[in-house]
Design a protein around this ligand. Structure first.
Ligand SMILES: NC(=O)C1=CN([C@@H]2O[C@H](COP(=O)(O)OP(=O)(O)OC[C@H]3O[C@@H](n4cnc5c(N)ncnc54)[C@H](OP(=O)(O)O)[C@@H]3O)[C@@H](O)[C@H]2O)C=CC1
Ligand SMILES: O=C(O)[C@H](O)COP(=O)(O)O
Length: 503
């Protein structure tokens, strides 16, 4: 059970502690933040509301811990990460249980998130050892006007303190996708977990604690983003911010100083369906892509753009599959569970009502109980409806019928988002041309959008983000290139005549 056994030291009465200086602590604020169970809408857990002084102290400790960590051999850093990964996987049950209670993720998917996170940490350790163990050697005479008098050695050095801010929908996985690359690269790490998902994150941090990382290297500050977020992101000790979430990321980018930023923000991933597509394959991918975790994924299919000639048939196939989705508690592994908060459910309802007023075809009756919204397919959506452009982050999917591929591409590219997209066709040549034309970070051919496998690059264009994720890209982003140049008194050519005579 969460907060018991191995994890009992992270709990103080009924409030979870925060993590600093290698210890679990109670905040001097005397205040806590409630985590509401999305299914019951009652307080499930409480976490500390950390103070600015506590943030300052964590930053100081983080700066000094990083200095010694950077001198720790790469293989030792990797060894500790492998250990943390194993402890995390061994404790998947209590961690998954808190995911179920905090964010209403179906039980099976919650376990998958923890296991995937352990795998990501191990992969990152392996990749880090390889790519950080290599440098470059450059010779000066390849640039015009130079003799071979300079040898340039490059290697990658850490940035310092990395601030990680993950979102509610993958609190554990999107935290470790920032923590592991930061640590393998020799940085220290301050984590600010999402409020919904904080307890799962604290359990995950305890796995790193049990693995034996040095004191102060990893810290976890809890509190509402709206209250301590600015103080953290504008803190002068922070050398890099890795953030995943919504528009908050855009405002952080405007306020942060001259430091590397990795921002994975929203998306309005389109599914473009051509006349020759395998409609059964499309329908299954629309269900998986649009409705898994109740549509609360940045990579969810958020609009279907289907050629008019096959639209009736596709809509019927998707309707039949929607009817089979189970709706209910995450504990029962229901396909559709309560969305994360009441305000989120109200927002989704606003989009649905707008579409209703403007004449969209409802393929199912709209139904909501508390935060639980039944899956809904909206056909004949037009560009004047909000749902054609905005992301519901819920189990509601609009279908726009198109008369040409160009119309579909134009719709995609008119979006302020550019995360992923997908195209279904049997014609690979057309698929490649469409992929080239779509202004998104990734295009999937004949499959729904997805971030994984986690070593693939993952990035958004436009308001969907800056920088690129994926294990290798994250390690590179969290390092800086350092060069040392050896200057020779005379040109040196490896097979040059008279070399010995000149010495
Ligand atoms: N591209 C991607 O990979 C993903 C994108 N998203 C996008 O995020 C949105 C919903 O996710 P959600 O988690 O609610 O997004 P938010 O942007 O609201 O929150 C993300 C994180 O930022 C924190 N935060 C809030 N305010 C601040 C602040 N001022 N300074 C620093 N941190 C802050 C939150 O903490 P707290 O919880 O305490 O408020 C949370 O940890 C959707 O629109 C979705 O598209 C979501 C997941 C993945
Ligand atoms: O934040 C998100 O929603 C994810 O990055 C999407 O990940 P997934 O494609 O593996 O669900």
């Amino acid at each position: 059970m969460a907060g018991t056994g191995l994890f009992s030291e992270i709990l103080d009465g009924e409030v979870y502690k925060y993590y600093a200086d290698g210890e679990w602590k109670t905040s001097s604020s005397g205040k806590s933040v409630a985590i509401i169970n999305p299914s019951t809408r009652k307080t499930q857990y409480k976490v500390q509301a950390c103070t600015q002084e506590e943030v300052n102290s964590v930053m100081e400790l983080s700066k000094s811990a990083q200095k010694s960590w950077a001198k720790t051999p790469l293989w030792k850093r990797a060894e500790l990460l492998h250990k943390a990964a194993a402890i995390l996987k061994d404790n998947k049950v209590p961690i998954a249980e808190s995911l179920v209670k905090e964010i209403a993720k179906p039980a099976k998917d919650s376990v998958t998130e923890v296991v995937r996170s352990g795998d990501l940490i191990s992969y990152c350790a392996e990749e880090g050892v390889r790519i950080l163990g290599e440098g470059k050697f450059l010779l000066s005479d390849s640039f015009p006007g130079n003799e071979r008098t300079k040898y340039c050695l490059t290697s990658k050095i850490p940035l310092g303190v990395v601030l990680a801010i993950p979102p509610f929908n993958y609190p554990v996985n999107l935290a470790v996708s920032k923590i592991a690359p930061a640590l393998i690269a020799g940085n220290s790490l301050v984590l600010k977990p999402p409020t919904q998902g904080a307890v799962s994150c604290l359990h995950m941090v305890h796995c790193f604690h049990l693995a034996g990382f040095p004191k102060g290297l990893i810290s976890c500050i809890t509190g509402k983003g709206s209250e301590i977020g600015d103080f953290l992101t504008m803190h002068p000790a922070v050398n890099c911010i890795s953030f995943t979430g919504g528009d908050t990321g855009i405002s952080i980018s405007k306020k942060a100083g001259m430091i590397p930023l990795q921002m994975e923000l929203g998306g309005k991933d389109a599914c473009v369906v051509l006349e020759d597509a395998d409609l059964d394959l499309v329908a299954s991918n629309i269900i998986k892509g649009g409705f898994s975790y109740s549509g609360q994924r940045c990579t969810a299919v958020k609009v279907v753009l289907v050629m008019e000639s096959v639209a009736d048939e596709l809509v019927e196939k998707v309707k039949a599959k929607v009817a089979k989705l189970t709706v209910g508690p995450p504990e029962d592994n229901s396909d559709i569970t309560a969305v994360v908060s009441e305000s989120s459910a109200n927002f989704i309802e606003g989009l649905v009502m707008d579409a209703k007023e403007k004449g969209a075809t409802f393929c199912q009756e709209y139904k909501r109980e508390g935060n639980l919204i039944w899956p809904l397919l909206l056909d004949n959506v037009r560009p004047d409806m909000r749902i054609a452009w905005e992301e519901p982050f819920g189990p509601v999917l609009p279908v726009l019928r198109i008369n040409s591929v160009e119309e579909g591409i134009n719709h995609c590219n008119a979006s302020n988002f550019g995360l992923q997209g997908c195209v279904f066709t049997k014609d690979i040549n057309k698929a490649i041309l469409i992929s080239d034309a779509m202004e998104t970070g990734t295009v999937q051919i004949n499959s729904a959008p997805a971030r994984g496998p986690d070593h693939f690059p993952f990035q958004g264009l436009k308001d969907s983000g800056i920088g690129s994720q994926g294990v290798t890209n994250s390690i590179n982003l969290m390092t800086k290139v350092k060069t040392t140049v050896i200057n020779l008194p005379t040109p040196s050519y490896s097979m040059g005549d008279g070399l010995i005579a000149r010495l």
